[in-house]
Ligand binder design. Structure first.
Ligand code: AMP
Ligand code: MG
Length: 311
């Protein structure tokens, strides 16, 4: 407990000085900075080598703080009450007098907001008087980190501090829902479409192609371990890593199970961890068994499809 207090204090110290730090969330680790500061948020883009046109998600601990920056609506309140804090990002209209840095929104009039669930991160957010802009703590196009060690691997000494909150429980990015006009899913993630639909009580479109914004992770290659990936494979090549979701009778040293009984939530949780492990073992190619395109399988397939664009 005392220990937690001192690492929260340390995090606050660096954030107040406009530094970027690693923070844990239940989805993936973030690279966080004061969302009101042009100087601090510019550092995020530089460290991640992220295109400026790709806006950042801003993290809050209270509705009161959020209301300073955004206009809320009834769909927002429905989703907020049901899923927050949790793995969902909501796009809202920015208020005219909001202090959010223009770097965060790429000068747009909308803002992506999220209420992360990790206790230690909520405590940190409560200890500061600004929200945190925090994209995933990886170099652009690479695999998202789910432990402190993963963040260290990405940025080494380039960042001053990483707040350790243990492993990210969800292990996959948040679901992004735009609430600007008709609710629209922009990215699949930690909450299934069916649950969001049920809560809103209306049909919801999944439309990742937003002409106005390079969202979400619309760069052709994304979530990539930097290794060639082949999808829907029954039998892998001899020297290929093989990612599976169903237990097989035979055993191969190159077999990597995301789950052994097609539990797609468990598979999502293990995806990035497994890709990192395969990379460390120096495999030159990855084969993935067919993953059902339902529930969390949709989000997994989304990430794998983008990762497979790496040649
Ligand atoms: P990450 O870099 O993993 O944090 O992903 C954040 C995603 O949220 C990116 O793909 C952004 O393009 C998307 N995003 C952030 N702000 C907005 C916004 N105002 N409208 C639509 N998408 C957004
Ligand atoms: Mg990312």
């Amino acid at each position: 407990m005392k220990n937690n207090l001192s690492i929260i204090k340390k995090s606050k110290y660096f954030l107040d000085k406009n530094e970027c730090i690693g923070i844990p969330t239940e989805t993936v680790y973030g690279l966080a900075a004061n969302a009101y500061s042009d100087f601090a948020t510019a550092k995020i883009f530089k460290l991640k080598r992220r295109p400026k046109k790709n806006p950042l998600i801003v993290h809050y601990a209270s509705l009161q703080m959020l209301k300073k920056d955004c206009k809320i609506n009834s769909n927002f309140l429905k989703l907020f009450k049901k899923f927050c804090p949790g793995p969902i990002t909501l796009i809202l209209k920015l208020k005219k007098n909001s202090k959010i840095s223009k770097n965060v929104t790429n000068n747009k009039k909308t803002l992506a907001v999220r209420f992360p669930k990790k206790d230690i991160t909520i405590k940190l957010l409560r200890s500061i008087n600004y929200p945190l802009a925090a994209p995933s703590a990886n170099i652009s196009t690479k695999i998202s980190p789910i432990t402190k060690g993963d963040v260290k691997e990405e940025f080494g000494k380039k960042i001053k501090f990483i707040l350790d909150g243990g492993r990210s429980e969800i292990g996959l990015e948040s679901t992004i829902v735009s609430l600007i006009n008709k609710p629209k899913i922009l990215r699949l993630g930690g909450i299934e479409i069916s649950k969001i639909k049920k809560t809103l009580g209306s049909k919801i479109e999944y439309s990742p192609k937003d002409k106005n914004i390079a969202s979400p992770g619309q760069g052709k290659v994304h979530y990539s371990p930097g290794i060639r990936i082949r999808l829907n494979i029954k039998i892998p090549k001899k020297d290929e890593a093989f990612i599976l979701i169903k237990k097989r009778k035979n055993y191969g040293k190159n077999y990597f199970y995301l789950t052994k009984n097609e539990n797609l939530k468990e598979a999502a949780k293990n995806l990035y961890k497994t890709l990192r492990m395969i990379k460390k073992k120096n495999f030159k190619s990855i084969a993935v068994e067919k993953i059902p395109d339902k529930s969390f399988g949709q989000a997994i397939n989304d990430r794998l499809n983008r990762a497979s664009k790496f040649q």
